[in-house]
Design a protein around this ligand. Structure first.
Ligand code: NAI
Length: 328
């Protein structure tokens, strides 16, 4: 029997929170052997709604759920945390400039980084879902100097899963026949879903597709703009698929990625593939022994390099903005 793992979810009363918490409590995050204690962090106005969600969690009588605490205080919510899912963020409102958005989020992710630094467990793992996820992760990391940088990650798994699904639809393959897809760069419209190293039933995916126009004009924009398409169709942003991706990310981080495959995650760059050190950028990754490692040695063609560079350039600009605002 494993000791309970403390999982903190911020923005717990939001849409993603509602789609996420039940899956965490049922054992889908950390496996059927690991009990969890939930900590829900919300802003004061949303604490009551979080209490309602907690009542429903109680009503599921999940055997693995060993307690729920609700707080509007980051220090309390992150005290002893093992897995921190940073979902709550300040959304972009009409007319808001990117700088304003980054500044508003700096006011959230800076203090949360400090609280993680002050109280988290030694093995803490942080996944930032709240947008702009990469740069919010960069901000949180900058405020947690005592936590190893590789514990701060940003979610690009939803983009990865979207790319798998689009490639499966195009080729008629099943999603689980496709391996080694990569999302590079920022979780934004500049992200680059790369199929040049992907395999479909062991064959090179780009060769199977053999259609560069489809790649450039359909696949890449469809994956990159899928979030907007969901809002258009559903009248609300993707929440269940985002929660599912967060589950996949942490599950694979803790329990390992399958042999012969990799996935995508936003990690603090060590300079791999020319991505400036310290930026939180998406890479092809495997998890071994509970740590992410960037897959090394992939040859990047010109088509890919241009697109990776463009997305990384956007991350550089976001970093420069938060630096000049004094947020990191
Ligand atoms: P939502 O608006 O339904 O919920 C956000 C919740 O966060 C609200 O309940 C709000 O009260 C809370 N919150 C705000 N500031 C907070 C703070 N300082 N501390 C704790 N809680 C706080 O939004 P939703 O749909 O749940 O999305 C959450 C975030 O996830 C958004 O930033 C969204 O853009 C992002 N997202 C990221 C994806 C990715 O692939 N990385 C995919 C989909 C969404």
């Amino acid at each position: 029997v494993h000791a309970p793992v403390t999982v903190t979810v911020t923005g717990a009363a939001g849409q993603i929170g509602y789609a996420l918490l039940f899956r965490v409590a049922s054992g889908q995050l950390l496996g059927p052997e690991t009990p969890v204690k939930l900590r829900l962090l919300e802003i004061p106005q949303a604490v009551k709604a979080a209490e309602g969600t907690a009542m429903e969690l109680d009503d599921c009588a999940f055997p693995l759920l060993k307690g729920i605490d609700i707080s509007d205080d980051a220090r309390q919510a992150f005290d002893g945390v093992n897995v921190a899912l940073l979902v709550g963020a300040r959304p972009r409102t009409k007319g808001m400039e990117r700088g304003d958005l980054l500044e508003a989020n700096g006011g959230i992710f800076g203090p949360q980084g400090e609280a993680i630094n002050a109280g988290a467990a030694d093995d803490v793992r942080v996944l930032v879902v709240g947008n702009p996820a990469n740069t919010n992760a960069l901000i949180a990391k900058a405020h947690a100097p005592d936590v190893p940088a590789d514990r701060f990650t940003a979610m690009t798994r939803l983009d990865h899963n979207r790319a798998l699904s689009q490639l499966a639809a195009k080729t008629g393959a099943a999603v689980d026949e496709i391996t080694k897809l990569t999302i590079w760069g920022n979780h934004s419209a500049t992200q680059y879903p790369d199929i040049f190293h992907a395999e479909i039933g062991g064959k090179n995916a780009a060769e199977v597709v053999n259609d560069e126009a489809w790649l450039a004009d359909e696949f890449i924009p469809t994956v990159a703009k899928r979030g907007a398409a969901i809002i258009e169709a559903r009248g609300a942003s993707s929440a269940a698929s985002a929660a599912n991706a967060a589950i996949d990310h942490v599950h694979d981080w803790v329990l390992g990625t399958p042999e012969g495959d990799w996935t995508s995650a936003g990690l603090v760059s060590d300079g791999s593939y020319g991505v400036p050190e310290g930026l939180v950028s998406s890479f092809p990754v495997v998890s071994r022994n509970g740590s992410w490692e960037i897959v090394q040695g992939l040859e990047i063609n010109d088509f890919s390099q241009q697109r990776i560079d463009a997305s990384v350039q956007e991350l550089v600009e976001e970093r420069d903005t938060v630096t000049s605002l004094g947020l990191i």
